[in-house]
Design a protein around this ligand. Sequence first.
Ligand code: NAD
Length: 339
Amino acid sequence: MIRVAINGYGTIGKRVADAVAAQPDMEVVGVSKTRPSSEAFIANERGYPLYIADIANRGKFEAAGIAVAGDVEEMLRKCDIVVDATPGGVGKDNKKLYELYGVKAIWQGGEKHEVAGISFNSSCNYNDAFGADFVRVVSCNTTGLCRIIQLIDEAYDVKSVFATMVRRGSDPGGIKKGPVDAIVLNPVTIPSHHGPDVQTVLPDINIVTTAMIVPTTFMHMHVLQMVLANEANAAEILELIRGHPRIGLVKGSTGITSTAELRELASDMGRPRSDLWESCVFEDSVSVVEGTLYLFQAIHQEADVVVENIDAIRAMMQVTPEAGESIRMTNEALGLKAI
Ligand code: NAD
């Protein structure tokens, strides 16, 4: 069993912990929090040993009735690999600690590429992470872009990409952020950081991205166009998408045209936390006009990177050299089937 620790048991960390616990070849040896919170109670309830960043706070946790197993350094002594899901910009400071304890580490998209030197997406560059000590799983938007661009590029040779990200304002549990009544250009300058981030995984892709934030909490929506070198038609592209293990097609026959309906679908499917681990491409949007592919895809920001973290663990721990095999194992353990 691969012994996995999760440093930072928040939006992403708690999902990664549950996904690790569901895998036949992995176990959760610990999760960490900085302050007592409802998530700390849940960690106790799920039986994940809870470690804390600053052991001086132990009394605060215990006064709240939360059992503490020790500090983060003790957690690192017990694991083979740590998934760092601390807030963006915090994780890089933990690298020295991971080096000190000789554990492999995975960071999230809130950290820069340089923290690990390998930016990861299961479908694109699983082999780059094989046996690696440090890997960064790219952000939710970049994950969604990489999956579809790589699929189309392999079949049709993508000459250029233009994509606009309509981004959720905050995660559903967030109470501190807006916007409340605005569409915020994020950033106002072009390109947004997403294009260069895609190039950390797919360096040969010519891509320009723009992004704006809207007052919603569940999912981002991408408007994508790709200029193709080879002749293509929508029917063939839909067939390709159907064959991808992490891209779901939102069928026209469902009548779904919004993220709100997707959340209802995920909840009806019994998905934990209404998580959609797959990119959701709207079938009826897939169009080819004069050599350019256009489509809409919705990306569940809290979920799509979770399955990528699981595959990154398998690559780094050299469980299998085959990306497809790891993806199959991860999907099967979580019950990820075509929507
Ligand atoms: P979050 O704020 O929800 O959770 C972070 C957790 O880390 C919290 O539980 C906090 O208590 C804990 N923490 C803070 N400082 C710590 C420290 N020094 N040591 C240990 N734990 C500490 O953040 P999140 O949204 O889960 O984001 C985590 C990472 O994932 C970021 O890099 C982010 O950019 C990336 N990411 C987030 C999303 C998303 O939609 N939320 C999507 C993809 C990637």
